[in-house]
Ligand binder design. Structure first.
Ligand SMILES: C[S@@+](CC[C@H](N)C(=O)[O-])C[C@H]1O[C@@H](n2cnc3c(N)ncnc32)[C@H](O)[C@@H]1O
Length: 320
């Protein structure tokens, strides 16, 4: 295992700039002194990290990070960052609680998970926002013009507020409302927006997607890694269409889970299959891009289309 559940020392500490991410590399003993860990255990970790292709050996026989791991695992601003998911997978809400509830199928919701889990999920959402804003949005016809000239925007399931900050900072003329059903997530979002100095352009709405009742109000509505969580996805989509002004655009940014078994044996599908363990506990599952396309078409959106943004990230859009 590269991830330790109990100790604060995990793969991130092992790989951090302070320790293994040095140009000259480190022996296991040098890594132990740099990271402040016990030499024998650190050697076990290093061999396991080498076996998992996280570390390589340089010509002096010292451990160095494998190519690209500095960005993929350690740089949350890199669009391909995957380090966040590891912090989610090691929380008890993922596999421990799934195992405990396997006999009964007991469900939970966001208001019952720990603050650490919510922060972990927010870290997982970061590269999705970084790929979507501005690069992904630029691929949606007619959207950038609206955002640059000053649009009224709604982010659904805004969570800990990364998307609110990212969109408001990228497009200085937009005003944006963050909707979430979970009170703690709304309070995290308020703090993040205030820290970024953007409070004057951001509002909040604590509501479920199914209770959204605004009419003809927004030029643009978007939702990141959460549309699959709607309890009643047809009703939520109907509400979203009602909340848009005529000509307004809706963008879903989500995981593309394969339809059927044939797509499951790929690396991205294996990662997404891990995520399904938590989704099951909040009574949903990730769905395919085709499912979202059909959903928008069935609910009367026009110009519905989609594009792949990374192997774990697709964008689906339509116009009211
Ligand atoms: C996976 S998190 C994503 C948060 C954020 N979009 C991000 O990418 O970091 C899902 C969020 O959706 C909210 N949520 C889930 N189902 C919801 C629903 N039916 N109505 C409103 N909010 C919901 C949760 O409270 C949580 O904050």
């Amino acid at each position: 295992m590269l991830v330790s559940k109990q100790s604060k020392w995990d793969w991130r500490t092992g790989c951090s700039k302070r320790s293994i991410a040095t140009p000259d590399g480190l022996s296991a003993d040098e890594l132990a002194s740099a990271a402040g860990t016990e030499a024998f255990y650190t050697g076990v970790w290093a061999k396991s990290a080498y076996g998992a292709s996280l570390l390589e050996l340089n010509t002096e026989g010292k451990y160095v990070l494998a190519p690209h791991m500095d960005k993929l695992l350690l740089n949350p601003e890199f669009p391909g960052y995957v380090g966040g998911i590891i912090n989610v997978f090691k929380q008890p809400e993922m596999f421990d609680s799934f195992n405990a509830n396997l006999p009964t199928g007991k469900r939970t919701w966001w208001d019952e998970v720990s603050p650490e889990f919510i922060q972990g999920v927010s870290g997982t959402g970061a590269p999705f926002y970084n790929r979507l804003i501005p690069g992904g949005l630029a691929q949606v016809p007619d959207l950038v013009e609206k955002l640059e000239t000053g649009a009224s925007v709604l982010e659904l399931a805004s969570g800990a507020g990364r998307g609110l900050v990212k969109l408001a900072a990228q497009y200085p003329n937009v005003s944006i409302t963050g909707l979430d059903g979970d009170a703690h997530s709304i309070s995290l979002a308020k703090d993040r927006v205030a820290d970024a100095g953007l409070s004057d352009r951001v509002d909040y709405l604590q509501s479920t997607l199914e209770d959204l009742s605004e009419e003809d109000k927004y030029d643009f509505v978007f939702i990141n890694i959460s549309m699959h969580e709607a309890r009643d996805i047809d009703l939520a989509t109907k509400n979203i269409r009602n909340a848009l002004k005529p000509g307004g655009i809706f963008v879903i940014s989500d995981f593309p889970f394969p339809d059927g078994h044939e797509g499951l044996r790929t690396v991205p599908a294996r990662v997404m299959s891990g995520i399904q363990y938590f989704e099951a506990q909040i009574d949903d599952q990730l769905v395919s891009t085709e499912t979202f396309v059909k959903l928008l078409q069935d609910q009367g959106f026009s110009g519905v289309d989609s594009f792949i943004i990374s192997p774990v990230h697709n964008v689906i859009y339509g116009t009211k």
